[in-house]
Design a protein around this ligand. Structure first.
Ligand code: SF4
Ligand code: SF4
Length: 472
């Protein structure tokens, strides 16, 4: 006999007591401007990145754009070296080198990349500069935010957004210029003759730069960047990280300059909160190492300037390791760092050797769909198309031969003369007398070579197919 299970609806006595709002609205951050050693270093790092980004798109190297991923011609040029889709493994190796370089840097000195060189950080600093130029420093910006809307507020906002959009547009044009020759792109834009795809990508990257560096800022680091998530697992007790020296700073509290404070139980931190006000991610480094810290060292500069004003020693916030902070020594050479460095050096070595010795000839073969035919000499004939890629910067004339079956004849219609850095499709007919065929399938190998450059040769395998039963 079946039994009904009683069901009771559970209503929370008080909805507020039972529900937790998991959404935390963003608090707008108004970072204060500051000066100091690390700001100068960061400016230099940012300037180097800028020069690299804009320079390599605009300068020519060996008669062509220094860095260009030419989608139309399927070539990647970087400082005179040209890579093809066939060199994909080399490009993968280049990415692995960049990744291991970043791992080494992170294990040694924490989030140096994030704070000094990451494009998101660098462009955010530039946008902050634009904000300061148009709306003033921190206090003026807070005042402007809280003021009622009027002509002054509207004008400043318009200037700021125009400046942001201009920087975004220049960034987007340059970025798209890495994939289509930038001079042609620029002239196309001036004459309003730019293609639909180029226009779309310029619009897309302008919007992405404007939104990421202008509006999202630290939210990109918190919620979108995967590197920020996993790099904490690379740090160890010997990694250099930006740390507040709590043993020296606590108890924190205000005091007058030159006042005797130690007897009052105070440490060196005067609780001025300058380290918090300059922080682009709005955190308090005195709460300890946090995932939101991008390692920009702004708090070091700010605190050092306060220490200087107070007549205290600098370094209340500084680069140090967990071990050093606890009275031990920082070990530079440690297994993880040695391991990453060894892998990095090995990858660089393999990459350099492969690039230096890579063949300047690449050949692919495609067999005609027709199984075989009888030609005018009544021979069994198979047809192929060889794609001959000349990677050198001179035109080359290649010879083609075939082996794999006794008595094979090869017929190539034209002289295989391939222009520099070009590919030529070469129709090739291979034939043999039917008496030579005892099986239906034969493995054959094409050899393509330049008699004047014996090091340039390539072997490609294919099949030769004959009738299924002897016809002689
Ligand atoms: S800047 Fe230095 S002194 Fe001021 S609150 Fe931060 S840690 Fe303390
Ligand atoms: S805590 Fe210091 S180092 Fe970290 S993001 Fe803020 S200012 Fe930069």
């Amino acid at each position: 006999m079946s039994e009904l299970i009683p069901v009771r609806c559970l209503e929370p006595e008080s909805p507020a007591a039972d529900s937790v709002d998991l959404y935390e609205s963003r608090t707008k951050i108004h970072p204060r401007s500051f000066t100091g050693l690390y700001r100068r270093l960061r400016m230099q790092g940012g300037a180097a990145l800028f020069l690299l980004f804009f320079g390599t798109a605009w300068i020519n190297w060996g008669g062509r754009q220094a860095v260009l991923w030419d989608i139309t011609h399927r070539q990647f040029s970087i400082f005179g070296a040209t890579f093809w889709p066939q060199d994909f493994m080399l490009l993968s190796a280049l990415l692995m080198i960049a990744a291991f370089g970043l791992f080494c840097l992170t294990v040694f000195a924490g989030r140096v990349w994030c704070g000094y060189s990451c494009p998101q950080s660098v462009w955010t600093w530039i946008f902050m500069w634009a904000e300061k130029v148009t709306e003033g420093d921190r206090n003026q910006r807070i005042k402007l935010d809280n003021s009622p809307f009027g002509a002054n507020k509207a004008l400043r906002r318009i200037y700021k957004h125009l400046l942001w959009l201009s920087i975004s547009l220049v960034t987007a044009i340059t970025f798209v210029g890495y994939f289509t020759p930038i001079r042609e792109l620029f002239m196309g834009l001036l004459n309003l003759e730019v293609g639909g795809w180029a226009a779309f990508w310029i619009f897309f990257f302008t919007a992405a730069t404007y939104i990421n560096a202008g509006w999202l800022r630290e939210q990109v680091c918190f919620h979108m960047c995967p590197y920020g998530r996993f790099q904490s697992s690379m740090l160890d007790a010997n990694s250099l990280v930006i740390t507040y020296d709590a043993a020296r700073g606590e108890n924190r509290g205000p005091r007058k300059k030159n006042a005797e404070y130690q007897s009052a139980g105070l440490g060196d931190c005067i609780d001025c909160k300058m380290c918090v006000q300059v922080c682009p991610t709005g955190i308090d480094i005195r709460d300890g190492l946090q995932m939101q810290c991008i390692g920009c060292a702004a708090c070091i500069d700010a605190c050092d300037s306060i220490m200087d004003k107070m007549g205290y020693a600098p370094g209340l916030i500084r680069y140090t390791s967990d071990n050093a902070l606890n009275g031990g020594n920082t070990r530079i050479l440690r297994p993880r760092l040695v391991g990453y460095t060894a892998v990095l050096i090995t990858l660089i070595g393999i990459f350099s050797w492969t690039v230096a010795t890579r063949p300047l000839l690449s050949v692919d073969v495609a067999r005609d769909r027709t199984l075989f035919r009888f030609n005018q000499e009544n021979e069994v004939e198979n047809n192929y198309v060889l794609s001959v890629l000349n990677k050198s910067r001179e035109s080359r004339t290649y010879s083609i031969s075939v082996v794999g079956l006794e008595g094979l004849n090869i017929r190539v219609d034209d002289k295989v003369n391939v222009a520099p850095e070009s590919m030529l499709s070469v129709p090739v007919a291979v034939s043999v007398s039917p008496e030579m065929l005892s099986e239906r399938n034969y493995d054959i190998v094409f050899q393509v070579y330049d008699p004047e450059h014996p090091e340039d040769q390539s072997f490609v395998e294919s099949r030769f197919i004959g009738p299924s039963v002897p016809v002689w």
